[in-house]
Design a protein around this ligand. Structure first.
Ligand SMILES: [Zn+2]
Ligand SMILES: [Zn+2]
Length: 351
């Protein structure tokens, strides 16, 4: 059996480093997947830090949720290398994307199909070793999704940034059919959101980002109009263009982004928040009623949504987004570049 090579988190706030272990032998329903690609995600930065910033000096400590050394990485595509004796359908050599948001299977959330919301979860790369590695152990073949004819560096990121964007857009419901949606924040998730919105909705979306390069990339990818939320006239410009937005996604999740997203809503409007950048948000409570406003959070997406999204992508409806592939050993540099905000599009590590 091969050795398991990993870029491991060995201490919070410290660079990843290579660790080598024995490759696990899958038991029962388990499947061992040889990693082909694993996307790098903003949440990996929070996991490496060991906390989420909640605004002011407040932090949500997340260091208790996993044992170190730990393998990050939850946007995995690869090839089935070995399977337990009752892992049905896990044919050796099958090329698959791995749904990482795996729940306990027993709680109310899991029984409703919301494994991504399970509080006793086994999320890959979050609570259980993930894909910044040569191999990943998956508890059941039901989490494997065929992705051909897509490329592996496109299929992996569909499991987090793509799924997060897709689920957020679905949570906009029928509002998204009535007028162009507004997508705030054009990082990896936002650019996926743009591609998916182009595939799902009749009218191209409006976008907003403080980075001119990202706005230009979004316009080139088919956004109808781009706004700079840092521009003091941006709110008026959005209101003039739309008469008030009724469906928005906040892919940033900061005080400023949510102020902007809620500030441009028209009556009956809704903002779905997926971003985790941090900060505090306050609003005049009366405005919630006066504007008949909905603010809803989503966290990644369900296994069913992941399958729907891969189906949409496989049908060729989804534009690929710029993806930069680098070797697994450069995992830390990739995280550093992501943290600096220098990245346009996605980065994937190839094992
Ligand atoms: Zn992610
Ligand atoms: Zn559960």
């Amino acid at each position: 059996m091969d050795k398991l090579h990993r870029q491991s988190l060995v201490a919070y706030g410290e660079p990843l480093c290579e660790t080598v272990a024995e490759c696990p032998i899958p038991q029962g329903t388990e499947v061992l997947v040889r990693v082909r690609c694993c996307g790098v995600c903003h949440s990996d930065l929070h996991l490496q830090d060991g906390y989420f910033a909640l605004g002011g000096d407040k932090r949500l400590d997340i260091t208790k949720d996993r044992a170190l050394p730990f393998t990050l990485g939850h946007e995995i595509s690869g090839v089935v290398e070995a399977a337990g004796e009752v892992a049905e359908g896990a044919a050796i050599g099958r090329r698959v994307a791995v749904y990482p948001w795996i729940g306990c299977g027993r709680c109310a959330a899991c029984r409703a199909g919301d494994e991504n919301l399970c509080s006793q979860h086994r999320h890959l790369g979050i609570g259980v070793d993930g894909g910044f590695a040569s191999h990943v152990l998956v508890p059941h073949p039901r989490y494997l999704i065929d992705y051909a004819p897509l490329s592996p560096d496109f299929a992996g990121p569909l499991m987090c940034s793509g799924l997060t964007a897709y689920s957020a857009l679905k949570h906009l419901g029928s509002r998204a059919e009535r007028a162009p949606v507004l997508l705030v924040g054009l990082g990896g998730v936002g650019m996926m959101g743009l591609a998916i919105a182009r595939a799902l909705f009749r009218e191209p979306p409006l976008v907003a980002d403080i980075d001119a390069q990202k706005r230009a990339a979004a316009l080139a990818a088919g956004a109808a109009q781009a706004f700079d939320p840092a521009d003091p006239h941006a709110r008026k410009a959005v209101m003039a263009a739309t008469g008030g937005v009724i469906a928005a996604c906040d892919f940033v999740g900061s005080e400023k982004s949510l102020q902007f997203s809620t500030g441009v809503l028209g009556r009956g409007g809704k903002v779905v928040v997926t971003g985790l950048l941090g900060g505090n948000f306050s609003i005049a409570v009366a405005m919630i009623a006066i504007k008949a406003m909905t603010i809803e959070g989503t966290l990644t997406g369900t296994l069913a949504e992941a399958r729907e999204l891969v189906d949409i992508a496989r049908s060729g409806k989804l534009a690929t987004i710029p993806t930069h592939e680098r070797p697994l050993r450069e995992a830390q540099t990739a995280l550093d570049d992501l943290r600096s905000g220098r990245i346009v599009g996605r980065t994937v590590l190839s094992a």
